[in-house]
Design a protein around this ligand. Structure first.
Ligand code: ADP
Length: 632
């Protein structure tokens, strides 16, 4: 690792040593080097890196090389606990002080602190501001303060926490300590807010690349048989960890029930469940005794499981910020992971209705509603877009995407195709809307276009109009999806009308653009997923970018090592990833180290882990027979 130029040689050698000894890390990731250098130089900093980018190391490694304590402010007890457990298993003396500790644990932390043995102290913002605590820190000498999830300080962030506002006073309370803020939230406004709120002095501002190349993004039109679409995704991730997000609590309960019936062990999580039920689900997921969680967005922060191999959205989130945040929980270990979004234009109207209702109830300014609807529109445009998903996301967050092709999204993998004769199809759909004078919803229009002989159509004489049965050779879901695409392109409008029940009913209407389509003066591209060949593998199964990280790995051995890791984790009462990450286990199953020295060379194996777990893994590897089933 070459750190010359950023650090004095002595410090640079010590850093290399510390990284290897505690984390088994031999190379730094993007921006970790300047971020670490800033802490060591005691210069304030703001570091923006995507989830999984390795922000923690930026303050943890320098803490070991500095005198005094580094305080880490974190918003959730579960996050603090995970970090402290992880650090202690890597041989770092870290403690936390929060309301969940027993008296003995608190006394232990206090003793360790006063004896000057602690390098990293994790606290909640409320705790840090208490006067007795401040005095203690002033006594023992504070080196730096790291503020994790720093966007919580900003009202413009997606996770504002009022208690973070008190951190404004840190500068005055600890004038000798440097302040370092870390977040994955990329918007300019939030960044500016963090700098101002914390009063950072001449800060080093480091903003990373927001692309997550190890994630494969797919957007698939949601069909009526949604459960089959979900099972299809799950079939690609047998015994792997994943999160399924639903828009409503009801959807969560229904889907979790359906999955369990189908033999998939899935647990539910949403704000309507009791605290006990929620923590049961969360613990089971972290301990890997349950691999699939079906949840609302309430399930998120504090989920530090690094080997989440898929995130599936059964409905469209309300903004790309939310989407980025939720999909960001996949593949934190840097290995391949899949993010599938089942989208339907219906979601757009569900969200729109909810946003308008919330605005009416809170009587908030109309600009707030406009901004929410703007975010919603951006999200929907993303779903309907034929541009590379990585490019769209990176551009949305204000960065340039420099690759020509990502090889990790439905478009670049050739899983979506242009609908042939899209012009003619569009004209047929728009004509049908014109014939029924814009008074009906999508479902009914699809039935007319498919020529369905149902009572309502006959009663209204719509079986006699010229557009009846014009698209009868097509699947209802395809027509529905094309109609949503045309609405998305602005070639049709969907509006809500009042019915005798007083409820808003969405109907499809013509607009100015529709006339242009009817006259054949403008054409739109319509997309559809590549259909699987009869009897063949699905289009998706043919291209799995996430196979990449498996090259040369003996999968049977990997599974055996995973199960050994689970046994050890249960014995010591920690989540499995605290023992070793998946990437380390895969490397064991690839290179089959035959001695502790060889094992020590594997990334992720530091001295403490080698001492505590190395022999058990080595013994297993040496007795397991080589399987021919390696994946290349
Ligand atoms: P973030 O806080 O940015 O979401 P983390 O700090 O949790 O990310 O790091 C994500 C994962 O990457 C962790 O498993 C961590 O051990 C690993 N990691 C961090 N830096 C490196 C590195 N330089 N080399 C290898 N693994 C790393």
């Amino acid at each position: 690792m070459d750190l010359a130029g950023t650090l004095p040689p002595q410090l640079s050698a010590e850093l290399v040593d510390v990284l290897e000894k505690h984390w088994g890390i031999r190379s730094l990731r993007q921006l970790q080097q300047p971020a670490i250098a800033a802490v060591l130089a005691r210069r304030d900093s703001l570091v923006v890196l995507p989830t999984g980018g390795g922000k923690s190391l930026c303050y943890q490694a320098p803490a070991l090389l500095s005198r005094g304590v580094t305080v880490v402010v974190s918003p959730l007890i579960s996050l603090m606990k995970d970090q402290v457990d992880g650090l202690r298993s890597s041989g770092v003396n870290a403690v936390r002080l929060d309301s969940s500790l027993s008296l003995e644990e608190r006394q232990f932390a206090d003793r360790e602190l006063r004896a000057g043995r602690v390098k990293l102290l994790f606290v909640s913002p409320e705790r840090l501001m208490q006067s007795d605590f401040t005095m203690l820190l002033q006594d023992i000498g504070l080196n730096a303060i790291a503020i994790d999830e720093a966007h919580c300080i900003s009202q413009w962030g997606h996770d504002f926490r009022p208690e973070y506002r008190q951190l404004k006073r840190l500068r005055d309370m600890f004038p000798g300590a440097s302040l370092h803020a870390y977040t994955a939230t990329a918007t300019e406004r939030v960044r500016k807010d963090i700098l101002e709120q914390l009063d950072l002095i001449n800060p080093e501002v480091l903003i990373g690349n927001f692309d997550r190349p190890n994630l494969t993004y797919r957007v698939v039109p949601r069909r009526g048989d949604q459960i089959n679409q979900v099972l299809d995704v799950l079939s690609r991730h047998k015994s792997e960890g994943g999160i399924i997000y639903c828009i409503s609590r009801n959807d969560v309960n229904t889907l979790a029930g359906q999955l369990n019936k189908a033999g998939v062990k899935a647990m539910a999580y949403h704000a309507g469940l009791s605290a006990i039920e929620r923590s049961k689900t969360q613990d089971a997921f972290l301990e890997e005794s349950c691999d699939v969680v079906v949840a609302t967005v309430a399930f998120g922060m504090g989920i530090d499981r690094s080997n989440v191999r898929f995130v599936l959205h059964t409905g469209m989130p309300k903004s790309l910020e939310h989407y980025q945040q939720e999909t960001g929980r996949a593949g934190r270990d840097g290995l391949g992971a899949e993010c599938v979004l089942l989208s339907s234009g219906q979601d757009f109207f569900t969200w729109k209705g909810l946003m308008e209702k919330a605005a009416r109830e809170s009587q908030s300014e109309s600009s707030h509603l406009d901004s929410s609807l703007g975010h919603l529109n951006d999200m929907w445009r993303y779903c309907r877009s034929s541009v590379c998903r990585h490019r769209s996301l990176v551009n949305y967050f204000g960065q340039e995407y420099l690759e020509e092709k990502c090889d990790a999204c439905d478009h670049c993998l050739g899983e979506t195709v242009m609908v042939p004769d899209a012009d003619v199809i569009a004209q047929k759909i728009v004509s049908c809307v014109a014939r029924v004078r814009g008074s009906y919803g999508i479902g009914y229009l699809v039935s007319i276009l498919r020529g369905e002989k149902i009572a309502k159509i006959k009663e209204r004489g719509h079986d006699q109009i010229s557009t009846f049965g014009l698209l009868k050779q097509h699947d209802a879901f395809d027509i529905r999806d094309w109609m949503y695409q045309l609405i998305g392109h602005g070639a049709l409008s969907q509006i809500e009308i009042e019915t005798s029940f007083g409820k808003g009913m969405p109907v499809v209407r013509l607009n100015k653009e529709s006339m242009v389509v009817l006259r054949g003066e403008k054409s739109y591209r319509l997309l559809q997923p590549l259909k699987a060949k009869k009897g063949g593998k699905g289009a998706v199964a043919a291209h799995r970018k996430d196979e990449d990280g498996w090259e040369g790995v003996d999968r049977d051995l990997f599974e055996e090592l995973r199960s050994l890791r689970k046994t050890i984790a249960d014995e010591i009462g920690m989540p499995p990833y605290i023992v070793f990450h998946d990437a380390t286990l895969r490397e064991f199953a690839r290179s089959r180290p035959s001695s502790l020295e060889a094992m020590r060379q594997v990334p992720g194996v530091g001295d403490a882990k080698l001492r505590n777990f190395g022999a058990k893994f080595l013994a297993h590897i040496s007795t397991s027979t080589k399987s021919g089933a390696t994946v290349s």
